[in-house]
Each structure stands twice: as structure tokens, then as C-alpha cells.
Write a protein that binds this ligand. Structure first.
Ligand SMILES: Cc1cc2nc3c(=O)[nH]c(=O)nc-3n(C[C@H](O)[C@H](O)[C@H](O)COP(=O)(O)O)c2cc1C
Length: 379
């Protein structure tokens, strides 16, 4: 039987499935529901010292569906961080930890570019008994106007400075949550790790405009006829998240061995989670899928991940972690490998073996275009 438990940065989790910061961790009621359903850990909705500045609008979500099955594959939100007073959050952290002392609760925190504010929020959450922090350097909307969120995450220098403030006060593990709205995710990740953060979480939402309503001609979500770019999540973002996690995992492997990585973005099944772990993640976070289907989805995810591990005879998650990183190389190397493989096939068959469907761009043909495209997607 595969073992799904994991110890990451000293935190003992019964399984790697973590509730990602957002509505599914927005108050004590829903956090305890997540623990009751068996989630490995919960990261609360991002909290700040002064919630009075947080004013949400509605609608604040807009969804992208497939044409045929009407399945939701993309999700934009313009939701801000928690609008609930910090003092209430502190009471709830205490109550949750009293009731679930063995379960892992991470406080997602965000503050302005001011050392005293970061130190105060760290110290007060720590006193309330949370197990670890996730610093939200990545919210793409609303907060950057106050130089918070992704305004920090997009600037490695500021990020490193803030992480050093955080690390000067934190006595428990700290994960830095990255924005994907940068060209090279390694740069802010390296800054956070250099400042001493134990782990990286990636990714937050991708800055987006989900669409324009063709009846009203208004972009969505439409608030009194107007909108602002928001953050994109759900199934559609998983390939971007996987690529970024792969890049961070290589950075950790090569420059910061022993640091942790929490993968987020579009996870909807145990198989999705397995892919993030194969690319170097210790834990995986789920946000939008819980909003689509509820907390119980973790049961199927656990079964699917265990079945995957059994199929490949992996006994522990440590054996899965990073297994597939070895299969990334340069395009130049792919060309070399394919030429060598063709040469071997030719020798074995004793004839000109030619498996390449299109040998040069000259061969593309207007009437066979879709068939030719399809042939290039097959192995
Ligand atoms: C409605 C909504 C609210 C979110 N709020 C937060 C937040 O307060 N803090 C944060 O760090 N991330 C927040 N996120 C981002 C998620 O934690 C996650 O990084 C992102 O949605 C990608 O994962 P997913 O596809 O599983 O949702 C929010 C996402 C959504 C959809």
C-alpha cells in the first residue's frame, strides 16, 4: 500500500493535498470542513493587519466553458484578500488549532512595503498558533495599486528585502508564493530562497481578461458595466503552472537543495497532483476545483494518487518527487537524440527507415493541413 504521508519543512501532513489560499479557506467554518474531509493542510485566505481597506465587488468571478460539454475550464477572479478583521482571524487561528492540534494550518499573509507591518503580522499570527506562513507576493489585481501582492513578487530586489524582514521574525516555516506574471520565475524564487524562506509556492493566478460579452460588448466580469484585469485559474492554467514548477524545482535542486516546493494551478485529480510531484513538488494546492465541486473531491484525489503510485510501484512520495525532471533537455539535444534513433532504426531494418511525418516545412499542404497537424502530435 502506498504511503501518502509527507513531512515537509518539519510539518507532518497525512497527505500532500493542501487547500490553496482563497475562498475554500476563508473562515473557521470552511477550514474545519476541509480538515474533516481529510485535506492534508489548509492555507487560509490571505490576511492583512487592516481589513478595512479591503472592499470587494460583485460579480467578481467569470468562467470560461468548453463549447460542447459546457465544462468550466478557466476562471477569472477580481477578488481581493480577506475582508475579515485581523483580530477575528487571530481568534479563529487559536480555535482551529485547539480543535485540530495535529493538523497543519498555514497563515497566508500580505502587507504593505513596511518592515514593522510584516514583523507585526508574523509575530501576532505566530502567537495565535499557526504552523507556518505563506507570504502572498502574487495577487495580480487590486493590491498592486497599494504596492502589495504581485507588485512585490514582480520585483526580486524588493521581494528579497521583504523576505529578509519576514525571516528575521518568523520562528516557523515560511513559503513564498510566486506570481506567474514574470518572464523568469526563477528570479523571484531565487530572491526568496536567498533570503532564507524554507519553500516556494507556485503559481498564483495569471493576469487575464477572460472575455467580452458579445451582447453587451462589456468585458467580464462586468461591475456596473466596467471591469479590471483579474487573475486566471482552473484547469486551463495547469500547463503554465507545471512549466514554472519544473523551473523552480530545478533551481531548488541545483542551488538550494532541501528547500520545498508547493505546486498550484488547475489541479483537479490525483493524476494532476502526481504530475506536479513528478516535476519536483512536495505538496500540491487546490483552490478553484474546490469552488467547483466542494471539499469532498479530496477523497477521489487520494485514491487516484495512491493508484498511480501502486501502478508504478512507488512506495513513498519521496520516490515520486522529481522523477520526471530528468527528461527535460534542450531542443538541440532532442534533434541529436532523434537523429541517433533514426540511424539505429535504419541499421536495424536494413532499409531507409523514415518515421518523420513531415520532413520539411515545404511539405505542408492546404488540403491535408489538419491531418498533417494531427500526425505531428502523435509519437
Ligand atoms: C476566487 C479566488 C480567490 C483567491 N484568493 C487568493 C488569496 O487570497 N491569496 C492567495 O495567495 N491566492 C489566492 N487565490 C489563488 C489561488 O490560491 C491559486 O494560486 C490559483 O487560483 C491557482 O490554483 P487553482 O487553479 O487550483 O485555483 C485565489 C484564487 C481564486 C480563484
Amino acid at each position: 500500500m502506498s504511503n501518502l504521508s509527507i513531512t515537509v519543512d518539519g510539518l507532518k501532513l497525512p497527505n500532500p493535498f493542501v487547500i490553496g489560499s482563497g475562498p475554500p479557506g476563508t473562515n473557521a467554518n470552511v477550514i474545519t470542513k476541509a480538515f474533516d474531509e481529510g485535506w492534508g493542510a489548509v492555507i487560509c485566505k490571505t490576511v492583512s493587519l487592516d481589513a478595512s481597506k479591503v472592499v470587494n465587488v460583485h460579480p467578481r468571478y467569470a468562467r470560461l466553458r468548453t463549447a460542447g460539454s459546457n465544462e468550466i475550464i478557466g476562471w477569472e477572479n477580481i477578488e481581493l484578500i480577506s475582508d475579515r478583521p485581523f483580530s477575528i482571524w487571530l481568534d479563529e487561528f487559536k480555535r482551529i488549532k485547539d480543535k485540530y492540534p495535529e493538523r497543519v494550518l498555514l497563515a497566508s499573509i500580505m502587507e504593505e512595503y513596511r518592515k514593522e507591518a510584516w514583523i507585526e503580522i508574523i509575530e501576532r499570527c505566530q502567537e495565535a498558533g499557526v504552523d507556518a506562513f505563506e507570504c502572498n507576493f502574487s495577487c495580480p489585481h487590486g493590491l498592486p495599486e497599494r504596492r502589495m501582492g504581485s507588485a512585490m513578487g514582480e520585483n526580486p530586489e524588493i521581494l528579497e528585502e521583504v523576505c529578509r524582514w519576514v525571516m528575521s521574525a518568523a520562528k516557523i516555516p515560511v513559503w513564498a508564493k510566486m506570481t506567474p506574471n514574470v518572464t523568469h520565475i526563477e528570479e523571484p524564487s531565487r530572491a526568496a530562497l536567498r533570503a532564507g524562506c524554507q519553500g516556494i509556492s507556485a503559481i498564483n493566478t495569471i493576469r487575464s481578461v477572460i472575455g467580452v460579452n458579445l451582447d453587451t460588448l462589456r468585458p467580464e466580469p462586468s461591475v456596473e458595466g466596467y471591469t479590471t484585469p483579474g487573475g486566471y485559474s482552473c484547469k486551463a492554467v495547469m500547463p503554465v503552472a507545471l512549466r514554472m514548477c519544473m523551473e523552480i524545482a530545478k533551481l531548488i535542486r541545483d542551488e538550494f537543495p532541501g528547500r520545498s516546493l508547493s505546486g498550484i494551478g488547475g489541479i483537479e485529480s490525483g493524476g494532476d497532483a502526481a504530475q506536479f510531484i513528478l516535476l519536483g513538488c512536495d505538496t500540491v494546492q487546490v483552490c478553484t476545483y474546490v469552488m467547483k465541486t466542494g471539499y469532498r473531491c479530496v477523497h477521489a484525489m487520494l485514491d487516484e494518487l495512491a493508484a498511480f503510485m501502486e501502478r508504478h510501484k512507488f512506495r513513498t512520495l519521496a520516490e515520486v518527487k522529481g522523477h520526471s525532471l530528468q527528461y527535460f533537455t534542450t531542443h538541440h539535444d532532442l534533434v541529436r537524440r532523434q537523429a541517433e534513433a533514426r540511424e539505429r532504426a535504419k541499421i536495424a531494418a536494413g532499409v531507409q527507415a523514415e518515421s518523420q511525418p513531415i520532413k520539411s516545412d515545404q511539405e505542408w499542404h492546404g488540403d491535408d493541413f489538419v491531418k498533417q497537424t494531427d500526425s505531428l502530435a502523435r509519437g
